[in-house]
Write a protein that binds this ligand. Sequence first.
Ligand code: NAD
Length: 244
Amino acid sequence: MRIGIIGCGNIAHQIKKWGFNISAVYDIYPERCQDMNGNICNDINELIEESDFIIEAASPQAVKDYAMDIIAAEKSMIIMSIGGLVDREFRERLFSLARDRGVNIYLPSGAIGGIDIIKTARIAGLHRVTLKTTKNAKTLGYEVSEKTLVFRGMASEAIRKFPKSVNVAVLLSIVSDMDIDVEIYADPTARENIHEIIVEGEFGKATIRVVNKPSPDNPRTSYLAALSPIYLLRSIEDVIHMGV
Ligand SMILES: NC(=O)c1ccc[n+]([C@@H]2O[C@H](COP(=O)([O-])OP(=O)(O)OC[C@H]3O[C@@H](n4cnc5c(N)ncnc54)[C@H](O)[C@@H]3O)[C@@H](O)[C@H]2O)c1
C-alpha cells in the first residue's frame, strides 16, 4: 500500500519514526518534508495520484480543501484534523461520497479514550456526554493565578471560542451524534493536557480520564494523539480487531 501524507509536522514524523513506508508527502512548506521518506509532491493532485491511502496530518483547512478530492479519487484516508469536520453539512456530504465510492474514512481516537464505549452505548441510547478539558492557561490565552473554569457550554459554542482546541470536542460530538457538554479549565501550572469524558446512557455510566504527556519531539502535540494513527495503520493491516 502506497501511503501518502499531507502535512510534514509532528504527526507525520512520528509515522516515519515508527517504521511505516511512506511513498509521497505534501506540505505547503515543502522544506518541512526534507527529512521524510517518499516523493515530495508539488501539489495535492500529485500526492493523490502517487498514494493508495492518504493521511491528513495538516490542518482543519486542509480537510476542507482536499478531503472531497481524495475520496472522489477513491482513496481511503485518515483524518487527524477532526476540527475540519465541524460543519455537519460538509461532513455528511463527505461521508456519503465515501459510501458511494466504497472507500474508508478513519477518525482516530487521537488524544482521548472511550470512543469504543460511546459507539457501543449509542446502540441502546446515550443520555449525556460531557468533556472536561484542562490545559495550560497560556496555551488557552488566559493569565490566571490558579486553575479556573473559563468555559461551560455546548461543544458547538466551545468550538467557536477555542478554534485551536476543537479536535476532541468535534470527535466526541460526531461519535455521540449530539451536541455534547463541555467544560474548559485554564491551569497556570499544567504541563499536560487532561481530558475527562463522562458518558451516561442506558448502559450505565463511564468516566475516562486521560492525562496526556506531550510528544517527545514536539510539546504542542499530545503523545497519545501522535501515536493513534500508528495504531490505526497497524490495525488496518491486521486481521484481528480488538476493542472496536
Ligand atoms: N485528533 C486529535 O486528537 C489530534 C491531536 C493532535 C493533533 N491533531 C491535528 O492533527 C494535525 C497535525 O498535527 P501536528 O501536531 O502534526 O501539526 P504540526 O503543526 O506539527 O504539522 C502540520 C504541518 O501541516 C502543514 N500544513 C498546514 N496546512 C496545510 C495545508 N493546507 N496543506 C498542506 N500542508 C499543510 C504545516 O506546514 C505543518 O508542516 C493538526 O491539525 C492538529 O490539530 C489532532
